[in-house]
Design a protein around this ligand. Structure first.
Ligand code: HEC
Ligand code: HEC
Length: 279
């Protein structure tokens, strides 16, 4: 029996679609984690490899270097040189690793003197490190003048839970704003450009470079900083009360949402963290 050509084609099409559907369904299992994600669970890793992995996360995915420098004060955060040795003295009764883990998961609990509470919880978006990555970073921090003794089991099982699948693939905040219109507010009515650089826009060093702000800060912080800059503390290395305190009153709701949408596009690049501040 000869099948009409149309039927043959649709059988073929269904077969192709079936294969693709099967394949597509299998992708989430294969790739439920972003490719760059480090997993050391159950694997054998030498201490040297662990520290090396931690250093790479510090400079790359962790975005730590955008705020922290080692052997050099950054504009936003403390110099972490000697951190492994200092950690054990920070909070009486807390071991070095316990202090370091707390610093990563709940930075606001202990604030280094002279710095505001602006470090994001690094197991939550936008940084969203998983447990393996937290383990490696802690080992790296301990290696800065201290003894590396952190085990994967020292990282709480709940860490990284806020990031579904353990990675940065969490639903991003979707604002109804228009980033293009927000850019116009940034350079126009908001006058942000008078004090801030944002990627290729502007060059003023009066306020912090915002080129990577969406990689290192939560939308909550960015929104609150515009509405009430002083309440969010003063970014270290910059003068207090210079950022206008009344922006929230002068922008319309649309301008504000557009502006925030624009700021949330500022993700810079991991290869070139903006070095700031004095040596
Ligand atoms: C948005 C800027 C920012 C980012 C990003 C950031 N930090 Fe911080 N960090 C700070 C600030 C500010 C402080 C000081 C205030 C405090 O203690 O929370 C701090 C404090 C710390 C401390 C305590 C330092 C001490 O002397 O006790 C450690 C450890 C630390 N950060 C590690 C990291 C690591 C590791 C990363 C990356 C995974 C990171 N930070 C990302 C801003 C940042
Ligand atoms: C007259 C200068 C000035 C203007 C205009 C200004 N800022 Fe700022 N801004 C600063 C300074 C200085 C700081 C750092 C000190 C502080 O935290 O208050 C800052 C801090 C910030 C931060 C926190 C950065 C970080 O690294 O944590 C954000 C976000 C920000 N400004 C956004 C804006 C936006 C958006 C506008 C426009 C609506 C704006 N600023 C207008 C001076 C300014």
């Amino acid at each position: 029996m000869r099948l009409p050509i149309v039927v043959k084609i649709s059988v073929f099409a269904l077969a192709v679609m079936g294969v693709y559907t099967y394949y597509a369904n299998s992708i989430p299992q294969i790739q439920s984690k972003p490719p760059e994600e480090l997993s050391l669970e159950g694997g054998n890793v030498t201490q040297e490899q662990l520290i090396k992995a931690g250093e790479e996360i510090f400079k790359g995915k962790g975005t730590c270097e955008v705020c922290h420098r080692i052997g050099q004060a950054g504009a936003r955060a403390p110099d972490l040189a000697g951190m492994g040795a200092r950690a054990v003295k920070r909070k009486p009764g807390l071991s070095a690793k316990a202090y370091l883990i707390e610093s990563l998961l709940d930075p606001g609990v202990y604030l280094v003197e002279g710095y505001p509470n602006i470090m994001p919880k690094v197991d939550k978006p936008p940084i969203a490190l998983n447990r393996s990555e937290l383990w490696a970073v802690t080992a790296f921090l301990e290696s800065l003048g201290g003894t590396v003794d952190v085990a994967l089991d020292d990282i709480p099982k709940s860490a990284g839970a806020g990031a579904a699948g353990g990675g940065a693939q969490v639903a991003e905040l979707k604002l109804p704003g228009d980033p293009k219109a927000g850019q116009a507010v940034f350079t126009g009515k908001g006058a942000c450009v008078a004090c801030h650089k944002a990627g290729s826009i502007g060059a003023s060093p009066v306020g912090p470079d915002l080129s990577q702000i969406a990689r290192i800060q939560t939308p909550d912080y960015i929104m609150a900083k515009i509405l009430d800059p002083a309440a969010m503390g003063t970014v270290a290395g910059f003068p207090p009360k210079v950022m206008p305190q009344t922006i929230g009153q002068t922008l319309t709701a649309k301008e504000y949402v557009d502006l925030v949408s624009f700021l949330l596009t500022l993700k810079g690049s991991s290869a070139t963290p903006a070095p700031q501040g004095k040596k």
